[in-house]
Design a protein around this ligand. Structure first.
Ligand code: MG
Length: 210
């Protein structure tokens, strides 16, 4: 078993079609936000919709898991420090996030509730030879909602991890969520959300209200 993350770092707007669906400009530089380790749940556990949150959305994403403590990595050094990959869901309280954007507040609340970071079992790096070319598919109650490929990332994995490692020391087990393709929508109590990434695995979670 690998270490639990000491932190989860997410990139915003890393797929052009998703940025457009939320009426956001394409970023010229990558930008990040954190999710707390307390937001992690595993495959098969339930996402809990907080009553105060309003609309809550799924975001299917490829997660990169680090193998050791590292900092200031050059892009060509990044893959040596990756342990493997996970399927993850950057669950987002969308109305709270929209309000935060309007008044220029951080996203700690809209992204940080307990259960807002489901992640799958780890797939080791050797089993995922080309993470820059993986199909991502999200099904909500059996209906396909997101269908993307990691080749459509605006900023590739090497760039993101190198950049983040120049800001904060990365620890064994830390997860970097690499952004979601288009097709996000709302979760309701009783839903089942299923995210599949080619070669990495499948993450299935039910949804309940608090
Ligand atoms: Mg996201």
């Amino acid at each position: 078993m690998y270490a639990d993350p000491t932190k989860i770092i997410c990139i915003g707007r890393n797929y052009a079609e998703h940025a457009r669906e939320l009426n956001n400009a394409l970023p010229a530089e990558p930008f990040y936000f954190l999710k707390p380790p307390s937001s992690v749940i595993r495959n098969g556990q339930s996402i809990v919709l907080p009553g105060r949150a309003g609309r809550v959305d799924y975001e299917g994403e490829l997660g990169v898991v680090m193998i050791d403590r590292c900092r200031n990595l050059a892009e060509k050094e990044v893959f040596a420090h990756i342990m493997g990959f996970v399927v993850c869901n950057d669950v987002t309280a969308r109305e709270m996030q929209d309000t935060a954007k309007k008044v220029a507040r951080p996203w700690a609340v809209s992204k940080g509730f307990d259960t807002f970071f489901p992640m799958s079992e780890l797939r080791m790096k050797r089993d995922v030879p080309d993470p820059a070319s993986l199909d991502i598919e999200t099904k909500l109650n059996g209906t396909v909602k997101q269908k993307g490929n990691t080749r459509d990332m605006i900023f590739p994995i090497q760039r993101i991890v190198s950049d983040i490692s120049g800001i904060m020391t990365l620890e064994r087990g830390d997860v970097i969520a690499t952004g979601t393709p288009a097709g996000i929508s709302q979760l309701h109590a009783g839903d089942v959300i299923e995210i599949t990434i080619e070669k990495v695995g499948k993450l299935t979670n039910s949804v309940v209200s608090d």
